[in-house]
Write a protein of this length. Structure first.
Length: 437
């Protein structure tokens, strides 16, 4: 493995609803994921995040696992419904106390707390009022950011406003396979604009309370055009605009790209200035590239996504393509030039069907190969001049994978859900050794 610059940030990521459990304690209100997961047929194994990894009660054990890993940073998310059980009003002190304990435990272990404010668990009362389709949710988000930073702003080392607003818009409001389960197709654009407006307003709120850097974590998927007709080219461009540019161009001062579904009527005077509030870091979540070609005649979509041949595949059936990470980082650099802030890869990882062997060990050579390939690809992009300053593995723990429930394991640490026993996998030792070196 090549060398990395001193001070490069190595970390792991998780999110609140996927690991915390304890969904009804200490005044936490319901989120859209509590509602959605409890509806019949939404989650493949019928599970919910009610208990998840019980991290709420086991955070000290999990912090010890982080310390053993030797990472310099831990990216977690804060559950908005713990801080504001109904999405508005004063802070719920008991909810913030939990994050206070977590942050202090991390700092005592020499680990930088990196906090994401929104990883999809919107308070249910806000969804009842229209969710992210409703402009007012953006203002509510800024209030929540203010309350959270008032309590934790002196200790969190990097703030991330939103996680993957593209996925939240597309799966949550576009096709409905994620909470809140709306299927509006291209009428979901208000959920994009209002998330980004919330991001911009939250950046201002955070700046007023903390000197720590501020970021957003977007997910990107480099487009592999399949076919060579003009229609294939147009399809690839449309997909790229939707997935890779819609949530980044306006933040870096370019305004919105010409993306399918974009509705100018939703954008008010002055909004683009709010969206373009400078950020200190761009969080990049990368899993795989996407094959795209022209749609069949009569398709409601301006593109068709097609499987990419020739790659190994994860348990999610996602292609393992480390070269896609290098391509993506170069593309961001090329596309945004000097406007691109330092990048941190805020999620990178893979699901495999890991299980303990007869001795209780969990060997996951595919994950080691996956991470090794992606870290090398990122390093190559850095050598070519892309300003990358951190890399976070998704995820510390096996956890509750949204609509896939407990069926997909992404962790460096295996979790036996009935007993909550944690077993570091061989990838945990591999990553620890990499970080040490
Ligand atoms: O588990 C998710 C995470 O919540 C967001 N990014 C992708 C991960 C794997 O699907």
């Amino acid at each position: 493995m090549p060398d990395f610059p001193a001070g490069f940030r190595w970390g792991v990521s998780t999110s609140a609803y996927q690991i915390e459990g304890a969904t009804t304690v200490d005044g936490r209100g319901p989120s859209i994921w509590d509602t959605f997961a409890h509806e019949a047929g939404r989650i493949v194994d019928g599970s919910t995040g009610d208990q998840a990894c019980d991290h709420y009660h086991r955070h000290a054990e999990d912090t010890a696992l982080l310390a053993g890993l030797g990472v310099s940073a831990y990216r977690f998310s804060i559950a908005w419904p713990r801080v504001q059980p109904t999405g508005t009003g004063p802070a719920n002190t008991a909810g913030l106390d939990f994050y206070d304990r977590l942050v202090d435990g991390l700092l005592a272990a020499g680990i930088d707390p990196v906090a994401t404010l929104f990883h999809w668990d919107l308070p249910q009362p806000l969804e009842d009022a229209g969710g992210w389709l409703h402009r007012d949710t953006a203002a509510r988000f800024a209030e929540y950011a203010d309350l959270t930073a008032t309590r934790l702003g002196d200790r969190v080392k990097l703030w991330i406003t939103l996680n993957e607003p593209f996925i939240h818009m597309t799966l949550g409001y576009g096709i409905g396979t994620h909470a809140p389960g709306r299927a509006l197709l291209f009428d979901a654009f208000p959920a994009a604009h209002h998330q980004l407006l919330g991001h911009g307003l939250a950046v201002a709120a955070l700046r007023a309370r903390t000197a720590s850097p501020v970021a957003i974590a977007n997910n990107y998927s480099p487009v592999r055009q399949v076919g060579d007709t003009d229609a294939d080219r147009a399809a690839a461009q449309a997909y790229d605009a939707l997935h890779n540019r819609l949530f980044t161009d306006p933040l870096l001062g370019r305004g919105y790209p010409d993306a399918p579904g974009l509705d100018p009527a939703v954008i008010r005077d002055g909004d683009l200035d709010v969206l373009a509030a400078p950020i200190d870091v761009l969080g990049v979540n990368y899993y795989n590239p996407t094959g795209v070609r022209a749609p069949e005649e009569g398709s409601p979509l301006p593109f068709e996504m097609v499987p990419l041949d020739g790659y190994p595949r994860t348990a999610f059936d996602w292609p393992v393509a480390p070269d896609g990470l290098r391509e993506l980082l170069r593309q961001l650099h090329h596309r945004y030039g000097d406007a691109l802030p330092p990048v941190q890869v805020t999620e990178s990882g893979c699901a495999y069907d890991d299980a303990p062997d007869a001795q209780g060990r969990v060997d996951d050579p595919e994950r080691i190969a996956y991470l090794d390939g992606h870290v090398r690809a990122m390093r190559e992009a850095m050598a070519e001049g892309v300003p990358v300053t951190g890399y976070f593995v998704w995820s510390l723990l096996d956890n509750w994978e949204w609509a896939e429930g407990f069926t997909k394991r992404f962790g460096l640490v295996h979790v036996d859900y009935p007993t909550q026993r944690r077993t570091p996998k061989s990838s945990y030792a591999w990553f620890r050794d990499l970080v040490r070196r």
